[in-house]
Design a protein around this ligand. Sequence first.
Ligand SMILES: [Zn+2]
Length: 156
Amino acid sequence: MKVGIGQDSHRFDFEDKNKKLILGGVIFEDQPALQGNSDADVILHSITNAISGVTCVNVLGKISDEMCLAQGITDSKAYLYEAVKYLNESKIIHLSLSIECLTPKITPKIPEIRKSLSVLLEIPENCIGITATTGEGLTQFGQGLGIQVFSCVTVV
Ligand SMILES: [Zn+2]
């Protein structure tokens, strides 16, 4: 059994009215998008990093930049699948997420995010735990400037 930890954070782009906010593959309507060359799905990036924490093959960075900038792949699901590829025979059995932000309100969307991640990772929804906090506004995430996500994956 192996456990991987991952983190990612993005700043909101309050100017870009065309880009959509996507978290865990779920679109949040009428919310500012996150900055980034890709779709900036900070949840999927965090999970991708957690999987890299198990496989020791870092996808975000050199590999994702190549996919994004050279091949034009901006869908973060592609980076996630790239990381999953290196799990080989190993299988994810559990995922735990901790999200810090002021906006959007995460809690009402948790069931939808769990469902989306369940489909993407092919694990049951009851093996995906998600918590969300504003951290009492002590950081810029809790002050509404961006979103931070920590992920923990368990692999057998
Ligand atoms: Zn990212």
